[in-house]
Design a binder for this molecule. Structure first.
Ligand SMILES: Nc1ncnc2c1ncn2[C@@H]1O[C@H](COP(=O)(O)OP(=O)(O)OP(=O)(O)O)[C@@H](O)[C@H]1O
Length: 261
């Protein structure tokens, strides 16, 4: 299963944002999309999901143009995990996750026993079963992110598109969420996520794509794509790459800084 955007052009009110961007995601891989603020990452994700129509270019799911998919069929292949938001009503975690069953049950039917069992299994699998009856408005940002992932998994989609899933999470929750995402890709899910931290794809991502000047300027293994030169092109800052004693890539840090003892 795969989703692919090819040669996407898009402008808001005549102001170009995307100018020939191409990006694909297949089941079983984790891809990080990096780009400066305003580069067009969220716009590209929305176009991939069919939430915004490109001015030019095509998006296909399993080789078929988005327009050829029924909305409900598509929802069972590709799921969107938005940035953590506060829900207007205090739905419980279980109710939020159950919303993911809508494409399967239809709007007019209440979820049945099989839907409830499916959601129960997913909450268990993601380690948040103990939160099932808690209000979504009264749990932490990390727990909300996991609840939104549970909703996406309940959709039965194999491809997950996530807009800055790590934003606002403390370090512990970032590590735990990344471990969960790694587990999901190991189970065959495809994960496309945006991030602002160039260190994050150094662990666990199979691919990283750089969105610069409206195009994907590089797309490949993080070790090949993420260089100090690439970080300079992306963000306009000079960095150096730190290595472990045995030569593995560890992290970027601003160039010229002395290490703390
Ligand atoms: N609805 C809109 N109407 C007009 N301009 C928009 C709209 N949404 C986004 N833009 C503009 O399009 C550009 C790309 O926005 P987008 O949100 O896709 O970037 P981004 O890379 O996700 O940014 P960030 O990292 O800051 O979230 C920005 O300059 C933004 O101001």
């Amino acid at each position: 299963m795969s989703i692919a955007a090819r040669d996407i052009h898009f402008a808001y009110h005549g102001r170009p944002v995307l100018a020939g961007a191409s990006l694909a995601l297949a089941a079983g891989e984790r891809v990080c999309l990096l780009g400066a603020n305003g580069a067009g990452k969220s716009t590209l994700l929305r176009i991939l999901l069919g939430l915004q129509r490109p001015d030019r270019g095509s998006v296909t799911v399993d080789g078929t143009a988005l327009a050829g998919w029924h909305r409900r069929q598509l929802a069972r292949r590709v799921a969107y995990v938005p940035q953590v938001h506060v829900a207007p009503f205090p739905y419980t975690v279980r109710q939020v996750a159950l919303m993911g069953r809508l494409p399967a049950t239809g709007l007019l039917k209440a979820p049945g026993a099989a839907d409830r069992a499916c959601v129960g299994d997913i909450l268990e699998h993601l380690g948040i079963a103990h939160l099932a009856e808690r209000a979504y408005t009264e749990i932490s940002g990390g727990e909300r992110q996991l609840t939104l992932i549970a909703r996406a998994l309940a959709q039965e989609a194999l491809l997950l598109v996530m807009d800055e899933p790590l934003a606002g999470l403390d370090y512990g929750n970032q590590v735990r969420l990344l471990e969960r995402l790694e587990g999901l890709t190991g189970e065959g899910y495809g994960v496309l996520m945006t991030t602002h931290d160039p260190n994050q794809p150094l662990t666990g991502s199979q691919r990283v794509a750089l969105l610069i000047d409206g195009r994907i300027a590089a797309d490949g293994h993080p070790h090949e794509v993420l260089t100090p030169e690439a970080i300079h092109r992306l963000y306009g800052v000079r960095v150096e790459l730190l290595h472990t004693a045995d030569g593995r890539r560890l992290a970027f840090r601003p160039a010229g800084r002395r290490a703390a003892c």
